[in-house]
Design a protein around this ligand. Structure first.
Ligand code: ZN
Length: 311
């Protein structure tokens, strides 16, 4: 029997070792940081049992205007892989990488997508005139783009943890097939909406890729970032456009203040078609706890609001 003193010394020594997350099979898990909730979900789907994911901007969080915490810096420093959206979505990331001393590989999930270039008009929206790189960052709102994200994450995980390559490939293949099914579902739902009703208002310009992939037109008083408020002029323009084009519905977003959309609904008599999840998932118990749930929830809200003709 080991004496008590040795036992305690052993425990103390064990406790000074870094606490690595372990899988059920007793393997050390690969520590991965994802910048926001959609990426966290993709990493979990592809990584499965082999990875321990930390998501920085959590459920319903706004990654455009996030302030990293000391805990985030710790997660960054411990990570072996950091997954970011890129296209200047996470403006705070460069500084966080530097200040945290992170040594991990950085994988940009949007690598290889065809970015939507913004018109000058989009830049000016909200009156901020910030340079967002001239490209729309919300690429995950099209399922074909999400499939590119997933392939990039699969390759990044395989490079960071070559022993898991077969597992990442199998998980990714299964998940990509589920994404194909969601893509087909969205297309079928859009086809059921009368062509002249395929248009709606949201608060910020987060659905450009959705518009391009699925043919529902979204107009927003606020630009592609939530950083700046919409101006009275932008709101007036939207209200005139809604009346002229008989746009049937406005949608709230989970990451923006509902006030502006409520005002537009009041002034135009348009109905509020519910809440869309744009830049973040809901918490696990909400209607959009995963990317697939988010896309299904959004299209069901859109079909409900736009599908039926005028009452
Ligand atoms: Zn956004």
């Amino acid at each position: 029997m080991p004496n008590r003193r040795h036992l305690l010394a052993g425990i103390a020594a064990a406790m000074t070792l870094p606490l690595l997350p372990m899988s059920a099979s007793g393997q050390e898990k690969l520590p991965v940081v994802a910048s926001f909730s959609v990426l966290g979900d993709f990493v979990r789907e592809v990584g499965g049992e082999r990875v321990a994911v930390t998501t920085l901007v959590g459920p319903n969080g706004d990654a455009h205007v996030y302030s990293p915490t000391p805990a985030d810096a710790k997660s960054m420093a411990a990570a072996r892989l950091i997954v970011v959206n890129g296209l200047k979505f996470e403006g705070w990331m460069t500084r966080l990488i530097k200040s945290s001393g992170a040594k991990a590989t950085i994988a940009t999930a949007t690598t290889g997508i065809a970015p939507l270039e913004l018109k000058d008009d989009d830049h000016g929206k909200g009156g901020h005139g910030h340079d967002h790189g001239g490209r729309d960052p919300h690429a995950w709102q099209s399922v074909p783009n999400a499939k590119i994200y997933v392939a990039n994450i699969r390759d990044a995980l395989s490079a960071a943890d070559p022993a898991g390559k077969a597992s990442y490939e199998a998980n990714a293949a299964a998940y990509l097939a589920r994404l194909d099914a969601v893509d087909a579902e969205i297309k079928a739902a859009v086809a059921r909406i009368p062509a002249d009703r395929r248009k709606a208002i949201t608060s910020h310009d987060a659905f450009g890729y959705f518009v391009k992939a699925y043919g529902i037109q979204f107009i927003a008083p606020q630009g592609v970032s939530t950083e700046a408020e919409a101006s009275a002029k932008d709101v007036g323009r939207i209200i005139r456009q809604m009346k002229a084009e008989k746009i049937p519905a406005v949608f709230l977003e989970n990451v923006t203040n509902p006030r502006l959309i409520e005002q537009i609904a009041r002034e135009t008599g348009a109905k509020i078609g519910g809440q869309l999840f744009s830049d973040a998932l809901s918490d696990a118990n909400g209607p959009a706890g995963t990317y697939i749930q988010m896309m299904k929830h959004n299209i069901s809200q859109i079909e409900k609001a736009l599908g039926a003709g005028p009452a």
